[in-house]
Design a protein around this ligand. Structure first.
Ligand code: NAD
Length: 260
């Protein structure tokens, strides 16, 4: 049986998810784009992809903090495009605050979007991968799935949780041609970091651009951001047959952050 490769990338209307989607599309994969944007904005992006890569992706809107919307998302994909055999759980949010003042509702939201959503999409995608005897689950964790930083209790809990969850899926599905891995990026210049740049600039009385450099040098020996497309290339490699034995790992792409 030939394997039908269809990739769902969650949160693929901006930042890392968008570049992962671009790299997969540029390498001939069929895609499902997902985001919070309405159908008109999603279709505009799908049109752009069609013009750039010669295939029109399906676009689906869903709020991944709501499990019933995830059920609906996965059913819509099944009905319109078939089961995804590549699942990139990328959607995520950040909130920073000391633990004692961390708003309880933000804790719940960070865990729901960054961790529980990956459980729900995976549990719904796995039967299709098992039926095909091939699958790739790629969870975008973080260096904060491996080490901690202050003020990121919910984010670190979610990203560490994602690493553990990924290992379990890897063990459960290793004999069925399915791999599950985490990619653990360091600093990537995306909308997710804007509030942290602003806070750093204010606390240190620097410009927004100086704040970016300040945050980089506080954590990584390599003096630059990781490019979103570099994460896309790593995801592409994990989708290849050469990566069939890479399973249950948490792969840093972090400019040396976690080597210290
Ligand atoms: P981003 O803000 O550009 O992208 C986040 C995406 O998640 C957006 O497309 C957004 O629409 C989507 N999203 C947010 N809430 C959602 C919800 N309730 N339902 C559905 N989708 C939702 O930021 P990014 O940096 O590209 O983040 C992508 C992933 O990379 C996240 O999981 C993030 O934790 C991880 N990450 C980012 C960095 C970094 O430095 N930027 C580092 C390590 C890991």
């Amino acid at each position: 049986m030939s394997i039908r490769k269809l990739a769902l990338v969650t949160g693929s209307t901006s930042g890392i998810g968008l570049e992962v989607a671009r790299v997969l599309a540029a390498n001939g994969l069929n895609l499902v784009l997902h985001g919070l944007e309405d159908t008109a904005a999603g279709e505009k992006l799908a049109e752009e992809f069609e013009q750039a890569y010669g295939r029109r992706p399906l676009y689906c809107q869903a709020d991944l903090s709501q499990p019933e919307q995830i059920d609906q998302l996965m059913q819509t994909i099944e009905d319109k495009a078939g089961s995804p055999t590549i699942l990139v759980n990328n959607a995520g949010i950040q909130h920073t605050s000391p633990t004692e003042s961390f708003p309880a509702n933000m804790w719940d939201k960070v865990i729901a979007i960054n961790l529980s959503a990956a459980f729900h999409t995976s549990r719904l995608a796995l039967p299709g991968m098992q039926a095909q005897g091939w699958g790739r689950i790629i969870n975008i964790s973080s260096v904060h799935g491996l080490v901690a930083s202050v003020n990121k209790s919910a984010y670190c809990a979610a990203k560490h949780g994602l690493v553990g969850f990924t290992k379990v899926m890897a063990l459960e599905n290793a004999a069925q041609g399915i791999t599950a891995n985490c990619i653990c990026p360091g600093w990537v210049d995306t909308p997710l970091l804007v509030e942290q740049f602003k806070a750093y600039a204010q606390d240190n009385n620097t410009s927004f651009e100086e704040a970016k450099q300040g945050l980089i040098s506080a954590k990584t020996p390599y003096p630059d951001f990781v490019a979103p497309s570099e994460i896309g290339e790593m995801a592409l490699f994990l989708c290849s047959d050469a990566a069939r034995a890479i399973n249950g790992t948490a792969l840093p792409i972090d400019g040396g952050w976690t080597a210290q």
